[in-house]
Structure formats: C-alpha cells, structure tokens
Design a protein. Structure first.
Length: 159
C-alpha cells in the first residue's frame, strides 16, 4: 500500500497516528477505564454494606430474642410476686386472727384466775367460820363471817 490515505479517513500520512480532525477514539478508552473503576468500587462497597447488614441483622435477632426472654422472665416474676403477696396477706390475716384469739384467751385466763381467787376466798372464810363455830369461838366466828356473804354471793355466780 503505497498510496496515501484517502481523503476523509481518520488517519493522516502513514505512521503519524490519528489526524487532528479524527474523532477522539482515545477518549473512549479512558472513559471505559473510569467506568470500570467506578463499577469495581461500587461492587466492593456493595459487598461491604451487605456484610454489615448481615452482621447487624444477626445481632438484632439475638438482641430481640434476649429482650423477649427477659420480658417472659419479668412477667413470670411479677406473677410470682403477686401470688406471694396474696399468700402473705392470707398469712397476715391468719396471724391477726390468732393474735386476737390469744388476747381473748389471755383475758379469759385472767378472768378465770380472778374467779378462782374469789371462790378460794369464800371457801377460806367459810372454813374459818365453820372451824370457829365448831370450837365455840364466837368472836372468831363473827370476824370470819364478816364480808362472807358478799364474797360467797359473787363466788356463787361463778359456780
């Protein structure tokens, strides 16, 4: 090929590269490299973001399970506390009833002790009066008989 290039071809004389009026074919190669770099960067960024999402999602699932488990434990504890409060109230009521019964029993015991003293006093005075009467000691009989009716009348109410 010894002929010069035809007019309108992108190349000038042979061996001198593209002519000045030729379209920029070299720019196309540069834009391809830039586009490839951007695509690679987006691919790496997508991989990193996917990894972060998977890791975070796993942590979130574990955290949700822990929260759910703790909520269940809290609910069970609250039910147990309410049950124990009810039992404690029942025990307190029974204790109050027992204390009231004990107070009543103590009062009854004290009253019975007082009644026994009155009866014993009546019997002592009566025994002393009978002994004095059997000896024929009128002064001792009068002394023992003094207040005997009052004490023995009260004792008779208890018998």
């Amino acid at each position: 090929m010894s002929a010069p290039p035809a007019a309108g071809t992108p190349y000038g004389p042979a061996g001198y590269g593209p002519s000045a009026d030729a379209p920029a074919g070299g720019g196309r190669g540069r834009s391809t490299v830039v586009l490839a770099l951007v695509a690679g960067l987006l691919l790496v960024l997508g991989g990193v973001m996917t990894g972060l999402y998977v890791t975070t999602d796993g942590k979130l699932d574990r955290a949700e399970r822990q929260v759910s488990q703790r909520d269940g434990t809290i609910s069970a504890n609250q039910r147990e506390i309410e049950k124990l409060r009810g039992e404690m109230k029942t025990v307190q009521d029974r204790l109050a009833d027992t204390e009231q019964d004990l107070t009543g029993t103590k009062n009854d015991r004290d009253e019975q002790a007082r009644q026994k003293k009155v009866i014993a006093s009546c019997l002592d005075k009566l025994t002393t009066a009978i002994a004095a009467a059997s000896r024929g000691d009128k002064a001792a009989f009068e002394a023992a008989n003094k207040g005997l009716d009052k004490v023995c009348d009260e004792a008779e109410n208890y018998l």
